[in-house]
Design a protein around this ligand. Structure first.
Ligand code: IPE
Ligand code: IPE
Ligand code: MG
Length: 249
């Protein structure tokens, strides 16, 4: 334990504060496989995964990340057994009940990505309460992606734009990348600098498709319930060694 704290301190010290990623996105994956290794029910993996959410949110905010986007439930995750979906929704409520005051005290603003109107009413109310309570906070924005799908988000944006064009609110000629961004759930936010996906899968699974055009990817075989602060810091240190060219030379 003592050694672990020391290792974490050393990692923190090797982070270049002037080159911090402003926005980090994480696909929290591998909860199921983590439990399979341990002959436990899948729900136990989601529960342990929630502990990692607390740990990584705290770490991100402490080192000065300004936006943290966590993929918690995708538009495709409705395909899972009802029991598992109910369990995930319960965990969301539990997380917010336990952590909300703490998040608020730490000046963290909670924001959602995705169509939360489709969530069961209990979890939806809990989320809305959290968003309302923390709306004026400004240390870090915590984007929780719930019933989120990148394609769905882009289509929703296109529909709203067509609506606004029809109403004369905007002209087609004025529609550019920056205007389009404002029709996405991440409106007003910078694109992710770094995307972390643990669990060994090398795919985006419909996360932030539009925003991720120039994001740096960091993949790892670690399952999310095993993804600790030291791995998060390591991902940031690796990110800082990359040369981002954005198409230039
Ligand atoms: C991520 O873990 C949690 C959610 C998608 C909600 P998984 O449940 O996908 O875990 P694996 O991929 O089956 O290991
Ligand atoms: C991505 O994980 C969604 C979340 C982490 C919420 P999945 O486990 O659903 O992705 P696939 O099915 O492996 O692509
Ligand atoms: Mg998965």
């Amino acid at each position: 334990m003592q050694n672990r704290r020391k290792a974490i301190e050393e990692l923190k010290n090797s982070i270049d504060k002037d080159k911090l990623p402003l926005h980090v996105a994480i696909i929290m994956d591998g909860n199921g496989r983590w439990t399979k290794q341990r002959f436990m029910p899948r729900s136990a993996g989601h529960k342990e995964g929630m502990e990692r959410v607390k740990e990584i949110v705290e770490s991100a905010s402490n080192i000065g990340v300004k936006y943290l986007s966590l993929y918690a439930f995708s538009t495709e995750n409705w395909k899972r057994p009802k029991e598992e979906i109910d369990g995930l929704m319960k965990l969301l409520v539990y997380y917010l009940r336990v952590e909300l005051n703490n998040l608020n005290k730490n000046n963290i603003k909670i924001n959602t990505l995705g169509d939360i109107s489709k969530l069961p009413v209990g979890p939806r109310r809990e989320v809305e309460k959290a968003v309302e309570l923390t709306k004026n906070n400004n240390k870090m924005v915590l984007n929780i992606a719930l019933n989120y799908g990148g394609r769905n988000e882009i289509l929703k944006g296109i529909k709203s734009i067509l609506n606004d064009i029809e109403k004369g609110k905007i002209n087609i000629e004025d529609l550019d990348e920056s205007v389009f961004s404002d029709y996405l759930y991440t409106s007003g936010q910078p694109d992710p600098d770094l995307l972390i996906r643990p669990s060994g899968e090398l795919r985006l699974s419909n996360f932030l498709l539009y925003q991720i055009a120039y994001t740096e990817f960091w993949f790892s075989n670690i399952y999310w319930p095993d993804f600790r602060e030291e791995h998060f810091l390591k991902a940031i240190i690796d990110y800082q060694k990359r040369e981002r060219r954005f198409g230039g030379i």
